[in-house]
Ligand binder design. Structure first.
Ligand code: SAH
Length: 467
């Protein structure tokens, strides 16, 4: 017979500190407990999900006493939706915890000597800050527990966000605060028309149903691009839906559709078709223009991206004579942003389409001294590459969450550029890499930037100088 593990619930546990990645912390009998669902100041009943000798993990079952820090979440979907999870904390408190997490990661994981960390640059707009949102159609609406208990529970269709950890259920979103209110009008108009005409919503398990996704891109220029993904084409219904949408939301500047007959939602191997408008949107960052195609990557918080890039540019202390490498360059936006102050920019990025965009964006801004290369940084950045393009005066590196590959760190140590500007979206892996770079570099400046209010994500720019 299988032995059932007895669940342990710690009652009335005072949660005293912030830990990291959205978790808070309590201490009991010399043991540290990492808790999800609670904030410092709460007293809660906590279900232990993992227990080791010195530490344990758990989640809040019931809050017995609410932290005085808590405030009322502004979103009706809070608690179910996976976005904006930190709404119960005032924005200033979120920033304080992010600042603390940077400090802890850099000192504890990196074990490096750091200067005083500059105060995190918060966002002027902690709502409606995203320029891109994607909503999913599903024939399996997520129902709240109280709805399930109703006499005749009714799921039905939904258009909104996936429920965290339940892959086939979607929350029917009425109002999303992550983007300008136009996102709500688009989504709610499409949903209402689809219901009226009885269009079918996608069934992820059976791979049936017509409507699959809506991707909305709203740029600071006011340009609004909408891409609707369909399982197959139904021309008559499509035209009816699109004409209705364009009439109801005349701000739409480009409307596209993408036929996706695949089992997954990715559109990267598909060709979006233009129904209305020029087929792309223009965005600006500082004095630069960027063309965003339906498949292009672009930083999702334009206002904060501008601040982040300005920090990177300031840290690089460019005078116009430098050769700057922009590693993990995506669509080349950092390289382009610093280009006016550099003699030459060399960008490297894995995704070939992003490099196509980078070249197009450089041309669009009349930048002739930037070159972009597609491929894996650890393959591209060899001795011959540096010999051809010149010894770097400044390396700007902006790796994904996993941080830099160790081989690249070794190469950077070998190249010994006078300055490295390390832009990171994960201070834990950044700390690890800084620990290695400390062999030849000192950490001069650390500037966290908040790109994603109400989430626990942190961006952090670090300036390293050769010893
Ligand atoms: N600097 C860009 C994008 C940073 S996101 C911006 O600010 O917009 C990190 C980028 O690293 C992604 O575009 C990803 O495709 C790229 N990437 C991931 N692994 C890579 C690798 N091994 N070599 C080169 N680029 C890589």
């Amino acid at each position: 017979m299988k032995k059932r593990k007895q669940s342990i619930v710690l009652e009335d546990l005072p949660i005293t500190q912030y830990a990291a990645e959205g978790k808070a912390l309590a201490k009991l009998d010399g043991k540290v407990i990492f808790i999800s669902g609670g904030v410092p100041g709460d007293v809660a009943d906590v279900l232990i999900t993992k227990s080791k000798k010195d530490w344990a993990e758990g989640r809040v079952l019931r809050i017995k006493q609410y932290s005085p820090d808590r405030e009322t979440p502004f979103c009706e979907h809070f608690g179910v939706c996976g976005g904006c999870k930190w709404q119960m904390l005032p924005y200033a408190k979120q920033l304080e915890y992010k600042q603390q997490e940077v400090e802890q990661n850099l000192t504890r994981i990196g074990k490096v000597t750091i200067p005083e960390i500059m105060p995190i640059i918060g966002a002027a707009n902690s709502r409606e800050y995203r320029n891109k949102l994607e909503f999913t159609f599903s024939n399996k609406r997520y129902m709240l527990p109280e709805e399930m208990e109703a006499e005749t529970p009714f799921g039905g269709d939904a258009l909104g966000f996936h429920v965290p950890r339940i892959f086939d259920k979607v929350i029917d979103i009425h109002h999303c605060h992550l983007m300008h209110d136009v996102n709500n009008r688009i989504r709610n108009t499409v949903r209402a028309f689809a219901h009226e005409r009885q269009f079918s919503f996608y069934d992820i398990k059976a791979h049936t149903g017509w409507l699959r996704n809506i991707i909305i891109r709203y740029c600071s220029t006011g340009e609004l691009m909408v891409n609707i993904c369909l399982n197959h084409d139904e021309e008559h219904d499509r035209v009816a839906l699109f004409d209705h949408l364009l009439k109801q939301v005349p701000e739409i500047s480009t409307l596209l559709y993408t036929i996706n007959p695949k089992w997954n939602d990715s559109i990267y191997d598909l060709q979006p078709q233009v129904y209305y408008g020029k087929g792309y949107a223009m965005e600006t960052l500082g004095e630069f223009q960027f063309k965003i195609s339906p498949k292009s990557f672009f930083q999702t918080n334009t206002q904060q991206a501008e601040k982040l890039y300005s920090v990177a540019r300031d840290f690089a202390e460019l005078t116009g004579t430098e050769t700057v490498y922009d590693l993990y360059c995506g669509t080349g936006s950092i390289g382009i942003f610093v280009s006016k102050q550099a003699r030459k920019v060399v960008g490297v990025e894995l995704i070939a389409e992003a490099i196509d965009d980078a070249r197009e964006n450089a041309a669009l801004n009349n930048i002739q001294h930037a070159e972009f290369f597609a491929g894996d940084v650890i393959k591209i950045c060899d001795d011959a590459f540096f010999a051809t393009h010149g010894r770097p005066d400044v390396v700007i590196t902006d790796p994904p969450r996993a941080g830099m590959h160790e081989k690249l760190v070794i190469k950077l140590l070998e190249m010994a550029a006078p300055k490295i500007v390390y832009v990171s979206c994960n201070t834990a892996t950044q700390a690890r890499d800084l620990g290695l770079l400390a062999e030849k570099y000192t950490i001069e400046k650390v500037q966290p930037v908040d790109m994603f209010p109400h989430t626990h994500h942190i961006e952090c720019v670090v300036l390293l100088k050769l010893k």
